[in-house]
Design a protein around this ligand. Structure first.
Ligand code: EZ4
Ligand code: CO
Length: 402
């Protein structure tokens, strides 16, 4: 099959998404997600100006070759804009290959290692009681693993606490919102949240927490140690993802499992963490790291080191990324857990998907390809709106990691 057309579709059904649709001379098409939250138009322009012209007339079958052509051919290496763009192409080509052969993509990745994919949901609230009540609702829905994020007394905003417990949306139209942050106040508070949560929820449910890159290695080691008594499934992004040495220090100070990697763009940001067994779960996604092709290599690198995949799955990744992630999650042996935030009704008007939630697991549909699609007419009803992630400042005004 030859690629005859590639369309970049930008829409905002509740939040912004960038989608690539690749059409071939046999009438089949494939779709890929290129959304980079808060910087969407950079990827849309990268695709439109620099990638689409290279796709027209190419064969759609050579996925690895096309991946290398776009990656090595750009010369500048891995960055979030480049890799999100290449990911969209890669997803669309796997989608096409599956459709052409009449099989879901996981069949092409070696077939199913498991029947269903364990997911975790996000419970949050303005205080511990609200968060725990939200976690109880998740448990009633069947969730077996729940991330807990709570407002911190004395801080007006806390990461992960948003609009309602099922639809946390970390992006705002207009100027970036600013949040005041105090590490001391947060560190005092989190162990109390998990003590109260275990008291209320018992031990039959996995609990997770995201520190969102804000702590120093010493602070993170202290927190991880304090949380050991509550047996977390993982502590996510305790320190800045990009500082490898921080994890070596952290590992010496806590036995709480560590998850990292939602901002990673390539294997070069994680190979040392894997081979030194400094982390337990990789949050690296299909979208941010350049597609299914490189994520499979990362999974295979991690397997002998007993590091498992725990893919990022926030709502700023479209249902196409979620569908692609599930294909990988089903196929690789060293899968751990998949983050799953429900997309809003507006998002579901534009994107269709065949995966379904059942009793704590996501079960992908059996249709050929990735199992997700975009309705371009519906997308046109939701035009792009500039939006930003929040910016965080310490109490004295210093800009800090959000
Ligand atoms: O803040 O995807 O674990 N999940 C996260 C996410 C990220 C957003 C940023 O766009 O950390 O909520
Ligand atoms: Co995170």
């Amino acid at each position: 099959m030859r690629i005859t057309e590639a369309r970049v579709i930008v829409c905002s059904p509740g939040r912004n998404f960038v989608t690539l649709k690749i059409v071939t001379d046999e009438g089949l098409y494939g779709v890929g997600d290129a959304t980079l939250n808060g910087r969407e138009m950079a990827v849309a322009a990268y695709l439109q100006e620099h990638v689409v012209p290279l796709l027209i007339g190419r064969g759609s079958d050579r996925i690895e070759h096309t991946w290398q052509y776009l990656f090595k051919g750009s010369y500048w290496g891995a960055g979030p804009v480049t890799m999100s763009a290449i990911a969209a192409v890669d997803m669309a080509l796997w989608d096409l290959k599956g459709k052409r052969l009449g099989v879901p993509v996981h069949q092409l990745l070696g077939g199913r290692s498991r029947d269903k994919v364990l997911v975790y949901g996000h419970a949050n609230g303005r205080d511990n009681a609200e968060t725990i009540a939200a976690a109880e609702r998740y448990r009633d829905l069947g969730y077996r693993a729940i991330r807990l994020q709570a407002g911190v007394p004395g801080l007006e905003h806390a990461y992960g606490v948003g609009r309602g417990d099922l639809f946390y949306e970390p992006a705002e139209t207009g100027s970036p919102p600013e949040h005041v942050w105090s590490t001391e106040t947060y560190l005092d508070h989190v162990p109390r949240l998990f003590a109260e949560a275990r008291e209320a929820l018992g031990w039959d449910v996995h609990l997770l927490h995201d520190a969102h890159h804000r702590l120093t290695p010493t602070e993170a080691g202290w927190l991880g140690h304090r949380l050991e008594d509550y047996r977390l499934f993982w502590l996510e992004d305790p320190v800045n993802d990009l500082l490898q040495d921080g994890f070596r220090h952290l590992r010496r100070h806590t036995r709480t499992p560590i998850a990292v990697g939602e901002v990673f763009n390539s294997v070069f940001q994680l190979h040392q963490l894997v081979t030194e067994q400094l982390v337990d779960y990789l949050r690296t996604t299909v979208l941010r790291t350049g597609g299914i092709t490189p994520l499979m290599k990362i999974a295979h690198l991690a397997e002998p080191y007993q590091v498992r995949l725990g893919s990022h799955g926030a709502t700023d990744l479209s249902p196409i990324t979620m569908a692609a992630a599930l294909q990988v999650d089903l196929a690789v042996h060293n899968f751990g857990i998949q983050e799953y935030m429900r997309h809003s009704d507006a998002t579901a008007e534009v994107f269709s998907s065949s995966y379904a939630f059942d009793d704590g697991y996501l079960v992908p549909g059996a249709e050929p390809g990735l199992g997700a699609d975009i309705d371009e007419a519906a997308a046109a009803r939701f035009p792009y709106e500039r939006a930003y992630l929040p910016v965080a400042r310490s109490v004295d005004g210093t800009v800090t990691s959000w």
